[in-house]
Design a protein around this ligand. Structure first.
Ligand code: UD1
Length: 312
């Protein structure tokens, strides 16, 4: 087994994993991306050190030869966004559900060493208790949440039935450099950060008191590499969060403070499919994977703000 595959490797999270693999000395990294939401520029300075394959996970024949014999497949390719999956459910189902099945099937047929799967905290839905623990019954509230949960279940079944090594990581609202702020479906912090730099008011859906466990992308990339190496974890799912909880009002207040501006947000109606609060219990990931998030919220925001300031 010779190479690493990162599906969605030209995306925001995928490209951070690619960089981390190179940093840790990986000699062959294959990026599989159809450039639907991924961008070549996310790989700019490392382009000569990787193999880029423009391929679509919806097409099994296209991806199977690329995955065959891989040491680890990091499966990040997805159409993210809860509201996007509500407005346009067909593509998100085809990529997130069918595409994930294709990746797992290709890994199994091609005898890949392991698949580390990008699952989502949205699978929890609204729970009575915080933080959210892996043992809680999932209560998906949107097509996106259900599709991501299905991938997790499939990963576990591929482990128990076919002996494929899999680990699923439920991400909790990842943010950081290279997150694309250009769509209405973009992650809220990317929208907030570009708004504060442009001195514009952001829209907050609801009263702003809903909360998220915002997790810095570097910590997520690090966790992926740990999940690739950990022993005795096949078929399991882990929270990949930071463990904290920040309301949208707090996030906007901090950004205004960092920029030294006062811009009242515009409050709009709550968004369909939205989860009210989200916070990870990290106990299991710390114990089994050695998860050790290093970036506090303010530090992560500062780094990311600086990135948007210089790269837009
Ligand atoms: C969800 C998942 C997350 C997943 C992501 C993929 C949960 C808890 N999290 O994120 O794991 O990676 O989908 O896209 O389900 N908002 C505003 N104004 C805006 C944009 C968003 O107020 O302009 C609000 C939303 O209503 C929401 C929060 O900000 O309450 C976060 O939204 P978003 O960044 O889209 O992510 P989630 O839907 O929470």
């Amino acid at each position: 087994m010779s190479h690493y595959v990162v599906t969605g490797g030209a995306g925001f999270i995928g490209s951070a994993i690619v960089r981390k693999l190179l940093e840790e000395g990986a000699s062959r990294v294959v990026v599989v991306d159809n450039l639907l939401t991924g961008q070549q520029r996310n790989l700019e300075e490392i382009r000569s050190r990787i193999e880029f394959q423009r391929a679509d996970i919806r097409n099994y024949e296209e991806i199977a030869p690329l995955i065959r014999g891989a040491k680890v497949v990091f499966h990040e390719a997805a159409i993210p966004s809860v509201p996007r999956s509500i407005d346009d459910p067909v593509p998100s189902h085809e990529v997130n559900a069918n595409g994930t099945f294709n990746v797992l099937r290709a890994a199994k047929e091609g005898q890949a060493g392991r698949v580390v799967y990008a699952a989502s905290s949205s699978a929890y839905g609204d729970t009575d208790v915080l933080p959210k623990v892996e043992s809680m019954t999932p209560q998906p509230k949107s097509p996106y949440a259900l599709q991501k949960l299905m991938g997790e279940y499939y990963a576990s079944i591929f482990s128990s039935v076919y002996g494929l090594e899999t680990v699923s990581l439920r991400y909790f609202n990842v943010y950081g450099p290279r997150q694309d702020p250009s769509s209405a479906y973009s992650g809220v912090l990317s929208l907030f950060m570009t708004a504060v730099l442009d001195r514009k008011a952001p829209t907050i859906f609801g009263d702003g008191e809903h909360s998220r466990d915002f997790t810095f992308v570097e910590d997520v990339a690090e966790l992926n590499l740990k999940a690739a190496r950990a022993k005795g974890v096949s078929g399991n799912m882990y929270n990949g969060g930071n463990g904290g909880r920040i309301t949208l009002n707090q996030a906007w207040a901090l950004l205004q403070k960092l920029e030294g501006v006062t811009i009242p947000p515009i409050y709009g109606p709550p968004r369909a499919g939205d989860v009210r609060d989200s916070q990870a219990d990290t106990t299991l990931a710390v114990r089994d994977l050695g998860h050790a998030p290093r970036y506090g919220f303010e530090e992560g925001l500062r780094i990311t703000l600086q990135w948007y300031r210089t790269h837009r």
